[in-house]
Write a protein that binds this ligand. Structure first.
Ligand code: NAD
Length: 316
């Protein structure tokens, strides 16, 4: 698939979106559309003076503004979402509005403006709780156990339907945990923040045994851009992760060591899940991406270690 000249990045001020902008800015005109709810201006402010960059601070639920902003665009990377998987347990309408309806608005604006190509970051949460360790893309039935997972699966459904009905093309990536600098949520960010507030004790959600895959942001971007270049189907769905996993206790140990702390007491909230809707064990098969010609440079432990080093400097 060709990206084209004019690229529209929703959520481009966020963690993954801003790293994506760093990669795209060399060769494309980039428009970032972001309401800054979790994204940060400073992640993209280095481009504010560039002729081939524009920033629109606005909400995806503002359909009029969105469809106007998408005029003359060639390619959409739709990365805006409420990325807090835990939130759905308390605010049940957030995943529906910020993820599913926002995705509908993006697709509808694309249809109105005749924009044909979309990249969408979905999530391993669409599979729900399975009893296999290396989940392939064609696993089913998919039974999400969180409202976030449900909102991503619904978004995938809207994307494939728009592709079929309105001659669009899509790449959908089902991410494991993506980690790296500029991260503003997730287990590593949480642990560093908690330990900066209180270096004697670390609250760990669940029993510390939850085991998952972590993919470094550099690998994630390499993979997505490689897949865009090498995929020509109308709908292309890929898992992105590493073929190994690491548990929460081990992550806590790495954070404590890198922060050079001693005698930190781990306090567990208990139970096998970190929160309502958490999937305690998850690893994706990445064979489909490997067959295409990509594999990660860093395993989960290395990705976590690099991220801990980066976030210690960033998190206040
Ligand atoms: P993030 O929270 O850093 O980025 C999301 C961005 O979207 C933020 O800049 C936020 O301000 C913006 N945004 C949110 N709602 C918006 C709205 N209604 N209108 C306009 N802008 C809005 O999260 P991230 O980790 O960079 O995630 C990016 C995408 O990847 C999301 O779709 C997320 O669900 C998906 N994803 C991330 C992971 C991960 O491990 N980080 C895993 C699976 C999927």
């Amino acid at each position: 698939m060709k990206i084209g000249k004019n690229v529209f990045v929703t959520g481009g001020a966020g963690f993954i979106g801003s790293h994506l902008v760093d990669r795209l800015i060399e060769n494309h005109n980039v428009t970032v559309y972001d309401n800054l709810s979790s994204g940060k201006k400073e992640f993209i402010s280095q481009y504010f003076d560039k002729k081939n960059f524009s920033f629109i601070q606005s909400d995806l639920l503002d359909m009029e503004k969105l469809s106007h902003a998408m005029e003359n665009q060639d390619f959409v990377f739709h990365f805006a979402a409420n990325s807090d998987v835990r939130l759905g347990a308390e605010k049940t309408d957030i995943p529906l509005k910020q993820n599913t309806i926002a995705t509908y608005n993006v697709l509808e604006s694309m249809r109105i403006n005749n924009v044909k190509n979309i990249v969408f970051p979905s999530s391993c949460t669409v599979y729900g709780e399975t009893n296999i360790t290396s989940i392939p893309e064609n696993y089913g039935p998919m039974i999400p156990v969180s409202l976030y997972g449900a909102s991503k699966l619904a978004s995938e459904g809207l994307i494939t339907a728009y592709c079929s009905m309105f001659d669009m093309n899509a790449l959908v990536f089902r991410f494991a945990n993506i980690v790296g600098s500029r991260g503003t949520h997730g287990v590593i960010f949480d642990f560093i923040k908690k330990l900066k507030n209180n270096a004697d004790e670390l609250e760990i959600l669940g029993d510390g045994k939850q085991i998952k895959s972590y993919l470094h942001i550099d690998d994630c971007l390499d993979a997505m851009l490689f897949a865009v270049e090498h995929s020509n189907n109308k709908i292309n769905i890929f898992n992105l992760g590493t073929e190994d996993w690491i548990n929460v206790d081990k992550i806590a140990g790495i954070v404590v060591e890198e922060m050079e702390l001693k005698n930190v007491k781990f306090k567990y909230t208990g139970g096998s899940r970190g929160w309502k809707g958490d999937i305690p064990r998850i690893m994706l098969s990445i064979k489909k991406m490997e067959k295409l010609g990509w594999k990660p440079k860093y395993n989960s432990e290395k990705a976590v270690g690099m991220t801990v080093k980066a976030l210690i400097k960033e998190v206040v």
